[in-house]
Write a new protein. Structure first.
Lengths: 348, 377
């Protein structure tokens, strides 16, 4: 009766419930009212059209960075470098956006494409090292994150601008922003990027589940040696997986670059879009549709959390704790799975 | 059977949630109502929310990623708002409040939320908020905005800036008098217009006292990298510099740590740090000694209180750039370490301060101006 599929859907849901409950416990312990706290969270994320717009805006890059991590996961690779690939995509899209003018029908796709290519290039390096030399992709991608952070800063400072902190605003022809959406949501920064993100999820699903290449990628993820024995080119598939994963991450950067901000400013640290993507992918079970839901949850928590201190007096740190707890319960899904199975056995 | 068991588990979870919820609302019965009102307000057209509260004046601020406990200008600004609120009998959360930003994507959201909650005057603390303030201010022309440490364009924005170069000049004078090796250092946070102002003023101050003093300049690239601050300080001290002025926020904590380490190993070593933004005397305390020579104090709180007062009186300086400097007491040199900052040095500082406020010398605020200044010495 408990099909595996049902269990797979139940585990993240139970994790989230447990996370929220433990969050409520902690709020109680510190003397805050959890109902008020969660009500503020809800209002802050869906209270009216403005907040809804901001929530969707926040969800957009999370979907893509979640897809990036999930895609690599499915091929058995752990892409920690999404953060760096996001920087590269962000920078590339803005660079295309500020450096020349062109009709929108050329400019906008070009900016998006540039972001995907930049992210892909950043994913290619660890993929190549892994496939040809067996260097572990976790180490390489972590290092690549720092290289991305600081070289992007240097490029903004010395190449795109003359020692300024941020680039110019991208040309309107390269922007995903839309006045119509902004007015609809009382000046939120909602942009058309969510269409790109949903399309990205569709592509990932199609690629992995409906094409031969996708079958090969998944097969390499399940068992490298068996795939090799079956005549698949393992190293090519590893590189390809990292490249596609990087392209998704680059797109996530474009969402920030030509969507939310419209510029690239010198960063002194990571934005966490990529790192949160790891949690999104985990929570979404590494499936395209799951990632969309998980990203939605994360975006809601992030935006809603901003409202908790002002409306309910609950510190934002606490919301971070709730998110951390949810991830904790997802990561310990084995425990929940074991509990469910245990119930199942006793029921017999 | 199995489903029943499972439903039981879910029901238990739900029940637990209910029980918890009940405990919660028991504590503060009427609290949850206020949430509803807020959203009703914000549902209406944003443009008239500024005047929604009638004669009551309310003011709020959005921090940058530092937060109100950063021991630097966010904290100082919040202290200013608190003082303003107390003076006028405003209540926290209604009359004055802050919203903390976790990342630079949050600036717009936070500003917008405060506008929609009906605050009359909203501060953006730190130059990082400049694009966000300009955008939101153009969308809500009936609300007043103010930005600290940067210049933003808009008729409803007052830009608060400080003449940090003047204070840094005096810090340079102090360093030049204190150094024994004729070699001092400067550690900056992020290389940009703002911190270059500190750098230019400091070097000008040092060179005005003695042209032959060597000044090392190094940037950490971040306001929150105390490990890098420590490394840079270590290189500077071992390279012969004995006074380091830092304008680098929390990165400076590393500079203090390095100076204290050196002092710990050899109490006779001549190492000093000049603090920034607040009086960083506590930061430099080590046993009975203190490595903090002085601090370039920037009273963000005074400026915030001043602008809030003007706005409350209906004289909000929209579209203007306000410059706070030595004359307003908004920039000053801390005198807490009397042992290190000798009589002789303070007299020198006073003399130079007179010259600056009289307009006898024009303190350079950019690297280009510094070059001119140096060639004129």
């Amino acid at each position: 009766m408990f099909s595996n599929r049902l269990v797979n859907i139940l585990i993240p849901i139970i994790s989230v419930i447990l996370g929220l409950l433990s969050g409520a416990f902690i709020m109680l312990i510190f003397g805050y009212n959890p109902i008020q706290g969660y009500a503020a969270l809800w209002n802050g994320a869906f209270g009216d059209l403005y907040f809804l717009g901001e929530t969707i805006r926040q969800v957009t890059p999370y979907i893509l960075s979640g897809l990036a991590v999930a895609f690599a996961f499915r091929t058995g690779l752990f892409n920690i470098g999404v953060e760096g690939q996001v920087f590269m995509g962000w920078l590339a899209s803005v660079w295309v956006g500020v450096s020349f003018e062109a009709p929108m029908i050329i400019h906008l796709p070009l900016a998006i494409l540039a972001a995907a290519l930049a992210g892909a290039a950043w994913g290619f390096v660890p993929g190549l090292l892994k496939a040809k030399l067996g260097v572990h992709e976790v180490i390489v991608t972590i290092m690549m994150n720092y290289i991305a952070l600081y070289s992007a800063n240097a490029i903004v400072r010395h190449v795109i601008t003359d020692n300024a902190d941020k680039t110019e605003q991208v040309a309107p022809t390269a922007s995903l922003g839309s006045e119509w959406l902004e007015q609809l949501t009382y000046f939120s920064r909602l942009h058309y990027g969510f269409v790109v993100a949903l399309f990205g999820a569709l592509i990932m699903w199609f690629l992995l589940n409906k094409t031969v290449r996708g079958f090969e990628l998944r097969s390499v993820g399940f068992n490298k040696d068996a795939s090799h024995y079956a005549g698949m080119n393992v190293s090519r598939n590893i590189i390809l997986s990292m490249v596609i994963s990087g392209a998704f991450a680059g797109l996530a950067g474009a969402m920030e670059g030509i969507g939310t901000f419209g510029y690239y400013s010198v960063k002194s640290g990571f934005t966490n879009i990529g790192f949160d993507g790891i949690a999104v992918a985990l929570l979404g079970g590494n499936a395209a549709i799951g990632v969309i839901f998980a990203a939605f949850l994360f975006g809601t928590l992030k935006i809603g959390a901003l409202n908790m201190p002002t409306q309910a007096g609950v510190p934002t740190e606490l919301v971070e704790i709730v998110i951390a707890l949810i991830i904790f319960f997802v990561a310990s899904s084995y425990m929940i799975r074991w509990l469910i199975l245990r119930f199942k056995k006793e029921g017999k | 059977m199995k489903i029943k068991k499972f439903m039981l588990m879910l029901t238990l979870l739900l029940a637990l949630g209910m029980v918890l919820g009940a405990c919660g609302s028991g504590d503060e019965g009427s609290g949850s109502d206020s949430g509803g009102e807020d959203t009703e307000n914000s549902g209406s057209d944003g443009s008239d929310s500024g005047s929604a509260e009638g004669g009551d004046f309310s003011v709020a601020m959005v921090t940058d990623v530092g937060g109100v406990d950063d021991k630097s200008f966010n904290q100082s600004a919040w202290e200013g708002l608190q003082a303003f609120g107390e003076e006028h009998g405003l209540e926290e959360d209604e009359g004055y409040d802050y919203a903390q930003s976790e990342s630079d994507a949050d600036y717009n959201t936070n500003l917008n939320r405060l506008v929609r909650q009906g605050y009359n005057l909203i501060y953006g603390i730190g130059y990082l908020l400049q694009p966000a303030i300009e955008e939101v201010a153009s969308q809500y022309p009936d609300t007043n905005f103010s930005i600290v440490d940067s210049v933003a364009e808009g008729d409803n924005i007052a830009s608060i800036t400080f003449k940090e170069h003047q204070g840094s000049f005096l810090a340079g004078v102090a360093a030049a008098h204190k150094t024994e090796s004729n070699h001092v250092g400067f550690v900056g946070g992020v290389d940009g217009d703002l911190i270059n102002k500190f750098e230019a003023g400091y070097i000008a101050g040092v060179k005005s006292v003695n042209k032959d003093i060597e000044v090392d300049v190094e940037y950490a690239g971040s306001f929150a990298a105390s490990d890098k601050g420590k490394l840079i300080a270590s290189n500077m001290y071992s390279g012969g510099a004995d006074v380091i002025y830092h304008a680098s926020g929390a990165t400076g904590n590393g500079v203090f740590a390095q100076a204290k380490d050196i002092k710990n190993n050899n109490p006779d070593e001549n190492v000093w740090v000049i603090g920034v933004d607040r009086d960083q005397h506590e930061e430099g305390a080590i046993g009975d000694d203190n490595v903090t020579l002085t601090s370039m104090v920037k009273r963000v709180d005074i400026a915030v209180q001043d602008v809030s007062q003007q706005a409350m009186d209906g004289e909000f300086p929209g579209g203007e750039v306000l410059e706070y400097g030595l004359g307003d007491e908004a920039i000053s040199i801390a005198r807490t370490n009397e042992e290190a900052l000798t009589e002789e040095i303070t007299t020198a500082i006073e003399e130079w301060k007179q010259k600056i406020t009289n307009g006898d010398i024009e303190v350079p605020s950019t690297r280009d101006e510094l070059k001119e200044f140096e060639s004129s010495l």
